[in-house]
Design a protein around this ligand. Structure first.
Ligand code: B12
Ligand code: SF4
Length: 431
């Protein structure tokens, strides 16, 4: 038996707005696929052959001898995923769909596929393969048990490494430290897609993946801001940093994800330990938390001061803050972009990315904007943080779109020289 995993293409910022390539110093185009496929491949019994098609590199709609096609996608890839599902079904292949979009929008996914999988796939994958073997896929699968990360095999990241290619050679691949989140930030899918139960991967599991990536000449990105939640998660992160320090402080890590509130809550000793462990960059997610939601509205000087303090903390620790700004939140107005640009100069930011706020299906914001009649359309390929898909509160959709283009240009105009002193992988703007 054979399963064909398909990762559908989606449009990155630069594809939607190629004119930005003239000003943004971007040296990497395609990032890693999400870890979902590698996680399921690791759970696939040996009597199933596994193949991966990354549709971003070579179009996936080609004949296959697979017995089952498994498509993994998040919202920006949903339009293409449905196209591919129709193509494979027309070729007589059963199609199962999983990932963030099918989890959040099973009703919208179901008409295009044979089976929709909700939530963490490890809980139902073996059952799906057994049912596919017997030709009796159920229309829907869910994960009844809570997945314990300690029981999971390491993701089969080799599948991605083997697929590398001149057009697909990411500097880094994600490594998960935890799953689930007990909070419920307005724009985030994770508490639903991965449940609200925060669960930690054993340190040996994390270190094994760092070593495997390091051995292949790759960096790891530790993407989860949840790792910084005070208590169990943060103690775990501290223990990971200490293990890395003991091993010589040369962790092959491109960046560690966090947010301004988490950075402010972190004890200085933890930041110092991150630096000693070999961490040189934070990826600071913005627009989900109370500080960055208010700091650039011109009406909350306290939030602005906290934001400045957060950047100073990263700089004091000697860790570059790669900051992500979300534009178009309800309190943002036509002055927001100028305030962010001034903030960037004042705080000495060298590297930032800008995203249009996007109400992803199933998030608290999606439900609110839907109820307020402010969702403009369901063209999922435009739900990629580079297009305005909702009606902003304090400006027109056209104005917001223009401000998004302007901030990318104005931020990077004149910054190329200062970025040039960073190592190649740190100069990368993934957009
Ligand atoms: C690495 C990453 C990327 C990578 C890879 C893309 C991808 N497909 O995820 C890159 C860098 C390309 C990327 C880009 C973007 N990303 Co991103 N990214 C992530 C990140 C940090 C990790 C993904 C991951 O590996 N997760 C771990 C795996 C194990 O989880 P999983 O994919 O959900 O898989 C599990 C289940 O879903 C299920 N499953 C998955 N597939 C399948 C298939 C089958 C058949 C089955 C049975 C089950 C199944 O089982 C898996 C194991 O349990 C997540 C946050 C997160 N922690 O998930 C955000 C996240 C996926 N990204 C997000 C967004 C918004 C983006 C951008 C639009 C952001 C931006 N600022 O531009 C861009 C995309 C387009 C663009 N404009 O450039 C959102 C998605 C929101 C949504 N509703 O879709 C997330 C959730 C972040 C967030 N909190 O909002 N991202
Ligand atoms: S943004 Fe981070 S802290 Fe907020 S709900 Fe999502 S994962 Fe949790």
């Amino acid at each position: 038996m054979k399963v064909l995993f398909v990762y559908p293409r989606f449009r990155r910022h630069a594809e939607c707005h190629p004119e930005l390539l003239d000003v943004v110093p971007m040296n990497e185009y395609l990032g890693s696929p999400s870890l979902g496929i590698a996680c399921l491949a690791a759970m696939t019994p040996p009597d199933w052959e596994v193949e991966l098609r990354d549709d971003r590199v070579v179009p996936a709609d080609r004949p296959t001898d697979a017995d089952l096609v498994a498509i993994s996608f998040f919202t920006p890839a949903a339009t293409r995923a449905f196209e591919l599902a129709r193509w494979f079904r027309a070729a007589g292949k059963p199609v199962v769909a999983g990932g963030i979009f099918p989890t959040m929008m099973p009703e919208a996914t179901a008409p295009h596929v044979d089976a929709v999988v909700i939530g963490e796939g490890e809980g139902s994958w073996r059952r799906i393969l057994d049912d596919a073997r017997e030709g009796r896929l159920a229309p829907r699968y869910g994960c009844d048990e809570r997945i314990d990360p300690a029981t999971l095999p390491p993701p089969r990241i080799e599948l991605y490494l083997e697929a590398e290619h001149d057009r697909f050679r990411p500097d880094d691949y994600p490594v998960q430290i935890s799953r689930g989140c007990p909070l419920s930030c307005h724009a985030c899918v994770l508490p639903t897609s991965m449940t609200r139960a925060l669960r930690l991967f054993p340190l040996d599991h994390v270190i094994d993946q760092l070593d495997r990536l390091g051995g292949a000449g790759k960096l790891a990105c530790l993407t989860e801001d949840t790792s910084w939640l005070p208590g169990r998660a943060r103690n775990h992160l501290a223990a990971l940093f200490e293990r890395l320090v003991e091993r010589g402080g040369r962790a092959s890590i491109s960046y560690v994800g966090t947010s301004m509130p988490m950075l402010l809550l972190a004890p200085p000793a933890l930041l110092a330990s991150a630096k000693r462990a070999g961490i040189d960059m934070f990826y600071l997610v913005g627009g989900f938390d109370p500080i960055t939601m208010k700091a650039f509205t011109g009406r909350d000087p306290q939030a602005l001061a906290r934001a400045e303090e957060a950047i100073a903390r990263a700089h004091d620790a000697g860790i570059e803050p790669y900051t992500s700004f979300l534009l178009g939140l309800d309190d943002d107005d036509e002055g927001t972009v100028d305030r962010i640009l001034e903030f960037a100069v004042r705080t000495g930011l060298r590297k930032a990315e800008f995203a249009v706020f996007t109400p992803y299906p199933g998030t608290p914001s999606w439900h609110r904007l839907l109820a307020e009649g402010r969702i403009l359309h369901h063209r999922w390929h435009e739900y990629n943080d580079a297009n305005v898909v909702f009606r902003p509160a304090r400006m027109s959709p056209e104005k917001l779109q223009g401000e998004y283009l302007r901030i990318w240009r104005d931020f990077y105009a004149g910054r190329a020289a200062s970025l040039a002193s960073l190592p190649r992988e740190q100069r990368t703007i993934q957009f």
